[in-house]
Design a protein around this ligand. Structure first.
Ligand SMILES: Nc1nc2c(c(=O)[nH]1)N[C@H]1C(S)=C(S)[C@@H](COP(=O)(O)O)O[C@H]1N2
Ligand SMILES: [Mo]
Length: 524
């Protein structure tokens, strides 16, 4: 009899754990659908992080290091398992005490969610759905388990085959079947929702809700800044089409309310700013074309946007860089670093910024939300740190950035380039008037002219769109009387200093590709 009681107690604990799993799974699913920020487990975890006293936090960090968050979640998970096992046992011996315990858990997790910054009323739905599912399940499992026990005690001769005691066998199968299905469904739904939510990020909702102050100045887009040629890239690259390059395995999720920017190293005074401090300095708009060092001649790792931000020089000035410093090592929350010459960031004539918005929206998560750097004229890897959180004023002699020991130059200005967008090799065109068009950029200097040569003949001047400023690319186009056959089209640019684009081909490493793009076009 004692052994039998132990078996039923163990099963009641399992029923409690499965009910709690169903609670969490339902909550995760609803959170995924309506309120990504309102995951009960993560809300309680964040709540614990918030309330844990500093010495305990430091103990956790010194004991578990970078795994302190994982340690917290494992600890929380263990607590949930123990508490839910107790709930299951209570529901078995004193119904409906287990269900009451789940309701209490629902209320507490709901409170943890609703007291977090930026929680709307929808945030109450995940813990509510979880509570309903968990309570219904624990009541049903408790009833089935008691039916199994009652059947077993009135028919003590029941064998495993269940032949001699159909009632007891049926209720046993009823309990075990429901437990198994609920457990499986909870794992699939819960883990699935969590994975989808983690990859799409709960910060998306925070970003959607963010209200940035109105900008003080806007970018003036002059008449004639954008030409209408089929196949030509737009002047401004839509965020959805903007190239993305980074080392981040998963996009960092940063809540602006907990984000901070620290300026330290060789400075008179360490400065720390919150997101509100930063945007409170006043936002202005800047048109800047961003380019990746990995962009091949004719490639697409370049894009143009209107950014809203604050000059980096203003924030460096608050810290007061010391004599002898010549580099700023910017660091992302994910550990990525970039080395930027200090004088580039302090130059009054260069709009190096901390950007918080891109083409009229808060920075997209994958483009550095909530704050990134954008520096005209320098390749992204030495300047455009996304999810930036620290600037260390230092020297090139003392510090190295992420890509420096990996075969890329410590300093890397963008090389002037021109690109043919249309026609494309491999896409034949019809004989007659064919537009040839593309983009050209020489950030901080500006493009003076773009020339096109057909079949290595004379250079012909292309039309240029009116530049927005010296930091943005321009469009160029030329009407070509195309005759049937195959033809080489070559393009080159000249900047406002009269410098002609480098003709010699260079690979992307160590400091960017060069060479005139030459494509073979088929005319039919
Ligand atoms: N944190 C972080 N920032 C980063 C990088 C990175 O790997 N991690 N890559 C840089 C590189 S190489 C480029 S070209 C630009 C690309 O910015 P984008 O993805 O917004 O186009 O981001 C820069 N900032
Ligand atoms: Mo890059």
């Amino acid at each position: 009899m004692a052994a039998r009681r132990k078996t039923f107690t163990a099963w009641s604990a399992v029923a409690g754990i499965v009910s709690a799993a169903a609670f969490l799974a339902a909550a995760e699913l609803v959170a995924l659908l309506v309120a990504p920020q309102a995951s009960p487990l993560l809300a309680v975890g964040s709540f614990v992080i918030d309330i844990v006293p500093q010495p305990l936090k430091e103990f956790a960090i010194s004991t578990f290091g970078e795994n302190d968050k994982i340690a917290l979640l494992v600890g929380l998970g263990l607590a949930v398992v123990i508490a839910s096992a107790i709930a299951g046992i209570l529901e078995y011996v004193r119904p409906p005490l287990g269900a009451v315990l789940l309701v209490v858990a629902g209320v507490l997790s709901g409170a943890a969610i609703l007291t977090r910054a930026g929680a709307g009323f929808l945030s109450a739905l995940p813990p509510l759905a979880g509570t309903i599912v968990g309570v219904v399940l624990i009541l049903m499992l408790g009833r089935r388990l008691r039916a199994w026990r009652d059947g077993a005690t009135t028919a003590p001769s029941e064998s495993d085959s269940g032949e001699g005691a159909p009632t007891a066998g049926a209720s046993r199968r009823g309990f075990l079947g429901m437990t198994a299905i609920a457990a499986l469904a909870s794992v699939v739904v819960g883990v699935g929702s969590r994975v989808i939510s983690a990859t799409t990020s709960s910060i998306a909702a925070v970003r959607d809700a963010i209200q940035l102050p109105a900008v003080r100045s806007t970018v003036t887009v002059p008449a004639g800044a954008e030409a209408d040629v089929e196949g030509l890239s737009p002047l401004f690259t839509p965020n959805a089409d903007f190239y993305r390059v980074d080392t981040a395995l998963t996009v960092p999720s940063i809540d602006p309310s907990t984000w901070s920017l620290v300026i330290d190293g060789m400075v008179d005074q360490r400065v720390e700013l919150s997101f509100d401090d930063l945007v409170g300095m006043g936002l202005d708009e800047y048109g800047i074309t961003l380019t990746c060092v990995s962009n091949e001649v004719g490639g697409g790792l370049v894009g143009n946007a209107i950014w809203q931000g604050v000059p980096i020089r203003d924030i460096l000035a608050m810290a007061g860089p010391q004599a002898g410093a010549d580099m700023v090592l910017s660091r992302s929350v994910d550990g990525y670093t970039a080395s930027t010459p200090l004088d580039t960031l302090t130059d009054d004539n260069r709009d190096a910024i901390f950007a918080v918005a891109m083409n009229g929206e808060p920075l997209p998560l994958e483009h550095g939300f909530p704050v990134r750097m954008v520096v005209p004229g320098l390749y992204g890897y030495v300047s455009a740190t996304k999810w930036v959180t620290e600037l260390k004023v230092t020297t090139f002699a003392a510090d190295e950035a992420y890509w420096t020991p990996r075969g890329y130059a410590a300093e890397a200005p963008i090389k002037m380039s021109s690109r043919i967008d249309t026609p494309r090799s491999g896409t034949p065109v019809t004989a007659g008037t064919v537009p040839i068009a593309g983009m050209a950029w020489a950030q901080t200097t500006g493009i003076q002219s773009v020339e096109v040569s057909i079949d290595d003949g004379d250079w012909q001047q292309a039309n240029l769109s009116t530049p927005v400023n010296a930091d943005t690319w321009v469009q160029w186009w030329l009407e070509w009387q195309a005759e049937a056959g195959t033809h080489y089209v070559t393009v080159r640019a000249t900047d406002k200093n009269g410098q002609v684009q480098i003709e010699d081909r260079a690979p992307i490493a160590p400091d960017g590709s060069s060479g005139w793009q030459r494509t073979l076009v088929t005319v039919r």
